[in-house]
Design a protein around this ligand. Structure first.
Ligand code: C2E
Ligand code: CA
Ligand code: CA
Length: 301
């Protein structure tokens, strides 16, 4: 209602929209009046989505890379691509905030192609390092996902074996035939599949043996428990140790992420964990820095 709910046409429509959204959430067929305090979070999110839709063409997206080391912590074997957004209008927004909105709005499809392409381009500068790209479930079930991946690989002349796709555990381990088919396509094309955030969702160990996975990434919550009480530590070591043993049978490796302390690194090495990622060894960095440290390590032998 003008002027109570806004004085510009744009504001009135936006506020009517958030009142409508409220009704949809509570079961449709109703009337709602705009309420500033209730709706401001929704509107804030709408603003972010609006700006995010323009982010690619405005060149506001960039990425950082975080090295993943072998279990001695001395050699980089993989690297994870982490998307960043510096919005001209909203400033720097953390991925934990913009990725879920990109997923719910569908924008993640376009953003996902962008970062995958960046990963392929980066891979040319660091040929011995596997580049790991996070993939949302919306991308996986997008029709022709693998055709798109193959096209990007072809155009960038990157080898499929230079890439790994990180997919969150919650989606991989549910029994979804579409996702299972795409996973077969990915692995059949020669790309590695990494199960990300392993251990936080509903971990269905039985499904693991039938999946074409190359690696399991143990979530930071487990790595954190290695600094907890004696019983926490013991329990966590048993879990990680059993995953390492499972991996030997199932031919997948184990990466631990979020390592911040030397004692965690030592425990993980003793447990036979294959690779290590965390602030202790390296924080996410701009690609130019990453290429530099990789090349320095080559020349140092
Ligand atoms: P993730 O895939 O679990 O990525 C690891 C996150 O842990 C990153 O946060 C990384 O910066 C952070 N991290 C790494 N080592 C440490 C450590 O030692 N300590 C602590 N406290 N944190 C550490 P970031 O970059 O903020 O990304 C958050 C999440 O956003 C990612 O979690 C991922 O789920 C999502 N994300 C980031 N980039 C992309 C992308 O390109 N596509 C998709 N679909 N999701 C992405
Ligand atoms: Ca990840
Ligand atoms: Ca993770």
């Amino acid at each position: 209602m003008y002027p109570r709910d806004g004085i510009s046409c744009e504001d009135l429509i936006k506020h009517a929209d958030s009142a409508m959204y409220d009704i949809k959430k509570s079961g449709k067929n109703n009337i709602a009046v705009y309420n500033k305090s209730v709706h401001s979070i929704f509107e804030q999110q709408q603003d972010i989505v609006h700006e995010l839709a323009l982010a690619i063409e405005r060149n506001e997206l960039y990425y950082e890379v975080q090295p993943i080391y072998d279990n001695t912590g001395s050699r980089i074997i993989k690297a994870e691509m982490l998307m960043r957004w510096n919005s001209e209008k909203l400033g720097s927004i953390p991925p934990a905030q913009f990725i879920p909105l990109a997923e719910s709005s569908g924008l993640i499809i376009q953003m996902g192609w962008w970062i995958l392409n960046q990963g392929c381009l980066l891979s040319a500068s660091v040929p011995d390092i596997k580049i790991c790209v996070n993939i949302s479930v919306a991308q996986l079930i997008y029709p022709g996902f693998m055709d798109g991946v193959n096209e990007i690989l072809r155009e960038s002349s990157a080898a499929p074996s230079s890439l790994a796709l990180e997919i969150t555990e919650t989606f991989i381990l549910q029994n979804n035939p579409i996702i299972a088919d795409v996973m077969d396509e990915i692995s059949g094309a020669g790309l590695d599949i990494i199960i990300d955030d392993f251990g936080v969702g509903y971990s269905n160990y039985d499904r693991l043996k039938n999946l074409p996975i190359a690696c399991i990434k143990i979530d930071k919550v487990f790595v954190d428990s290695l600094l907890g009480s004696a019983i926490d530590q013991e329990y966590t070591k048993e879990i990680i140790g059993s995953l390492v043993r499972l991996g030997k049978t199932g031919h997948f490796t184990i990466t631990a992420e979020g390592i911040e302390a030397v004692s965690q690194l030592e425990a993980l090495r003793e447990l036979g964990c294959h690779s290590i990622q965390g602030y202790l060894l390296a924080r996410p960095m701009l690609p130019a820095n990453f290429i530099k440290i990789v090349q320095q390590s080559y020349s140092a032998g």
